[in-house]
Design a protein around this ligand. Sequence first.
Ligand SMILES: Cc1cc2nc3c(=O)[nH]c(=O)nc-3n(C[C@H](O)[C@H](O)[C@H](O)COP(=O)(O)O)c2cc1C
Length: 404
Amino acid sequence: MDTTFTYPFPMPTNYQAPGIPSTQPQPTTPPSKVEALIKKNKERIVPKLFQPITLGNVTLKNRIVVSPMCQYSSVDGFMNDWHLVHHGTFAKGGAALILFEASAVCPQGRISVHDSGIWKDEHIAPLKRIVDFVHNFKAVAGIQIAHAGRKASTVPPFLDNGRALMKEDKGGWSNVEGASPIAFNSEMLVPHELTCDEIKRVIEQFKQAAIRVDKAGFGAVEIHGAHGYLIDSFLSPTSNKRTDDYGGSFEGRTRLLMEIVGAVRGVWPCDKLLMVRVSCEEWVDDGWHIDDTVRLAKMLKEAGIDVLDCSSGGNSSTQHIKVAPLYQVPFAERVKREVAGLGVSAVGLINTPEEAISVLEQDRADLIMLARPLLRDPFWPLHAATSLGLDVDCCLQYTMGKYT
Ligand SMILES: Cc1cc2nc3c(=O)[nH]c(=O)nc-3n(C[C@H](O)[C@H](O)[C@H](O)COP(=O)(O)O)c2cc1C
């Protein structure tokens, strides 16, 4: 018996999907706490957070995105029932785009032995099962494709000694790969400096991963160029000391990312979203800075990406991050102001509906990505709408639980 879920009945004509403002009349006066933010447009009752947006050739039902979150719950890279329930809950909760966790393009590119992967065709079917489920709720499923570089082979953060090296008898590996033979910190391995031939192999692995992502039915793919993993370690002058074509100048250090984007763009359909996450600021004086990001963003737009996902940090063990609510939003804002036509998402300590709305209404970003707020409350979009006095659909089967 096929247990795959699809609606076993025709959908009611007045029902749309979780997280879409309902077809019922909306309140005629916005609640006071939102009023100030949306007064620019007196006609608009629904804040941008709950308005659809088209980026590239994809329309999202609202602006709420599930930020990629490693679950460290896979064996041999396979997603399983945990991931079905995990992502399925976000789909029921009303997010518009659900980015599945960093999934390794090769086994040694995993952060831990329990990471998910996309390095072989056998990974496709279990992914497709989850993607199909998510798509039932008019959410777009996307996935982050990644290589952990010199930060590979560690213990999942929620286990004892989290982030320490994983011993080889527990599934760790010693052949970690990087831009230059410089360890992330004194507890991590010195990576093998990739040769130019090996770099070509990595680019091919990203390309093959994107082909598999497409076959699994995803509507979005995100290349992980942030947080000190392989691509980020090539971008930064603190971790990339190469003297060949892939190091030295800005062009040299960005070459790996640009070649990966070119290879993925070549196989990734134009009617699906192509995204890149970068660490906009390294938070060390001699490192990668927001000016570099803006310059890179212009190149990435020309190369055909649809959205730049603006995160920060993770490449230096000596970073000093000034953590505060919305602390990474200024990076998204700079990119949005200076790179016209490129979709921009903001992430990091955006916790409340008011904070999310303020970012969007002030045109500081196009999308709001949430990670920990959605772990605390996968129904954050529905609760946000309720707190704003908006009537949005919840998933059909839960209609009787709707706030009235
Ligand atoms: C459990 C967990 C796993 C994460 N895994 C990833 C990941 O796979 N890829 C990634 O780029 N960021 C990852 N992150 C970072 C988040 O995507 C996000 O950028 C960060 O948590 C800041 O957003 P927040 O304040 O809404 O949590 C992870 C964060 C958490 C909490």
